[in-house]
Design a protein around this ligand. Sequence first.
Ligand SMILES: O=C(CO)COP(=O)(O)O
Length: 247
Amino acid sequence: MGRKFVVGGNWKMNGTKSQINEILSFLKTGPLNSNTEVIIGVPAVYLDYVQSNSPANVHVAAQNCYKAEKGAFTGETSPAMLKDIGVNWVILGHSERRQIFGESDELVADKVAFALSSGLKVIACIGETLDEREAGKTEAVVFRQTQAIANKIKDWSNVVIAYEPVWAIGTGKTATPAQAQEVHKSLRDWFAKNISKEVADSIRIQYGGSVTGANCQELGSQPDIDGFLVGGASLKPEFVNIVNARQ
Ligand SMILES: O=C(CO)COP(=O)(O)O
């Protein structure tokens, strides 16, 4: 189908320089399947270091950025700053940003649009909470989050969607391959209906939430799962196995 498998590691707020050196070392040893695009999401303070020291087949992403080029936004990072240090990817709209830091659909969409217009590639995260799933609102939530982005952008070629059910993040409760595939398929159908068949066929949709070396192969064999966004396991050598889940 021509969608390149894409595996992201979201380190979240983890890592010291010595831990990062260990991670870079297992990434260098790999071997990493050349048919998989690999992106590591690094805390802001270490971006420059990791960008300078990571192997050439690993891309580096920020975990957030603001919707302005520069100015009086204390504590924020701009897309221009990321580009300046050679970072070309950013993760936006992660559920922790939405839930802990109160980022709305609207703000996430503005950030996605601004990052894209600044020349960054974006991993845009969506996903429902346990309450929303149990209330039968999974589709409504992920469609609403995706529509908010669709209202602000036209070109989806530099966007990867990460479907991360909030109840599966950091809990050890992975969505079953069938549960994940069902939502990925609905999302692809949503793109076909609301954006275009071409975007639906080409957009890559990652699954995230308690992905491990043990469950990645079965998840990765689902037709609409085009990769993973990995939290905890991306800090460990098993991340290499996850990158290589689809051979
Ligand atoms: O939030 C995640 C990746 O962005 C998933 O985290 P875990 O893999 O630790 O569940």
